[in-house]
Design a protein around this ligand. Structure first.
Ligand code: SF4
Ligand code: SF4
Length: 412
């Protein structure tokens, strides 16, 4: 996580410290309230189960850990009394709903084959990653239910150490499966389930920063630092505006501390803002952006999800380069090696991807900035645009006609 933070801070500085009340509100609505998920209700409800389960079941994990370290058993039971029974019942139902949700998600991925889960960028690790997460969640929740079922049997046998505590509405269905077993066998299964659960959680926590599942953490800062401007507003390039002002008015003074820009637009990830880079680490690879992208749906090469994944891949590469050499050593690569011209110029800047993204990511900003680099640094644009640029330069209008001919249409 420390190196992810370092990588994000490789980005250009941008001040997003304004309007904190609006920012908290956005985070509460989008990250905590999952507000944008509900454009697709089935996925939203299933996601809520997993999300709430993931957060609340950690309270039970806390007890499991304390018991494990201090050799106690269900340490919260006596101080909480009847509340404890209610909480255990609630966690069991939640654990069951998490399993149901994960099975539905697997079903949608592998049986229904929902289109947005595929795509040329969804190969190898991204596919394995999504499947691993779902299986791990199922295993973790199953261990929890197994733990409770065996514990209940030990309670029924009045085994030493196993106090009467907890209500288990789900695992009670599997309690009879173990009712013929001896205390020793039950204790062994209980320990296997306990270790399975704890080791699973610790492995999962360590896997998290390598996975798209990292969004369970990144969604909060990322939505807090959302773009609060109207969506249709593109950022002017301040450096260009200043340069033009200075050219147009010889008496104008450059702003204090102004330094003429050394380059325009985005060549590599370090030219992006830290917020763009945070976006890349927050992407859940859900593909909602790609599914609404008019360029993608009409068969163009562009996939906004790929833009985010490529940005993260290149950033990881730059980070690994710094780790290896202590400073960045030119590797003769940049973000344009990952994202092709064809992809960049397919974007209509419609902002549909920005609108739909459940964690307020902006793939379009990266595309626009990369185009700016193409045009302003490399004079490279599609032929149609080059003609338009020439016309604007010569005629003050995008059309190929002289200014003096503008009103010719009125002559007849
Ligand atoms: S950018 Fe947003 S909508 Fe697109 S894949 Fe990532 S999280 Fe999903
Ligand atoms: S802004 Fe560009 S990338 Fe985003 S949906 Fe529209 S066309 Fe696709």
């Amino acid at each position: 996580m420390v190196s992810i933070r370092r990588n994000i801070l490789l980005g250009r500085d941008i001040d997003l410290s304004d309007n904190s009340s609006e920012r908290w509100k956005t985070m509460a609505m989008v990250a905590i309230g999952q507000g944008k998920m509900f454009t697709r209700p089935l996925a939203a409800v299933m996601h809520i189960f997993v999300y709430v389960g993931f957060i609340l079941i950690n309270m039970e994990v806390l007890e499991i850990l304390i018991d494990g370290v201090f050799g106690t058993h269900r340490i919260f039971a006596s101080p909480l009394g009847i509340i404890y029974d209610g909480a255990m019942a609630f966690f069991e139902i939640l654990a069951f709903l998490v399993i149901v949700a994960c099975v539905v998600f697997l079903f949608r991925r592998y049986i229904v084959k929902v289109k947005r889960f595929s795509g040329f960028e969804m190969r190898a690790f991204p596919v394995k990653d999504a499947t691993t997460i779902l299986f791990v969640e199922i295993v973790l929740m199953s261990c929890l239910l197994l733990l409770n079922a065996v514990d209940k049997n030990l309670q029924n046998l009045q085994a030493e150490h196993y106090i009467q505590a907890g209500t288990f509405p789900i695992s009670s269905f599997i309690v009879p499966m173990f009712s013929h077993m001896s205390v020793d066998s039950l204790e062994m299964i209980e320990r296997i389930a306990w270790w399975g659960h704890i080791i699973g959680i610790l492995l999962f926590m360590n896997y998290l920063p390598y996975s798209k599942h990292f969004h369970i953490i990144m969604a909060f800062p990322n939505t807090y630092y959302s773009n609060l401007n109207a969506k249709g507003k593109l950022n002017n390039m301040e450096s260009v505006t200043t340069e033009v002002k200075l050219m147009m008015d010889p008496s104008a003074q450059p702003p204090e501390g102004y330094q003429a820009p050394t380059s325009f637009g985005v060549k590599d990830v370090t030219d992006l803002t830290w917020k763009n880079l945070m976006d890349a680490y927050t992407c859940t690879e859900c593909g909602r952006c790609t599914s609404v992208c008019p360029a993608n749906t009409t068969g163009k090469l562009l996939s906004p999800r790929k833009i985010m994944m490529d940005t993260r891949d290149r950033l990881e590469e730059v980070g690994a380069n710094i780790d290896k050499n202590k400073t960045f050593v030119d590797d003769n690569k940049n973000l344009h090696d990952y994202i092709s011209e064809q992809e960049l110029w397919a974007c209509t800047t419609c902002q549909a991807c920005v609108q739909i993204c459940p964690v307020n990511i902006n793939p379009m900003e990266i595309i626009v900035e990369m185009r700016r680099f193409k045009v302003m640094e490399q004079s490279s644009a599609p032929q149609e645009l080059n003609s338009m640029f020439t016309n604007i330069e010569n005629n003050g209008a995008p059309w190929q006609m002289a200014q003096s001919a503008r009103f010719d249409w009125s002559q007849e």
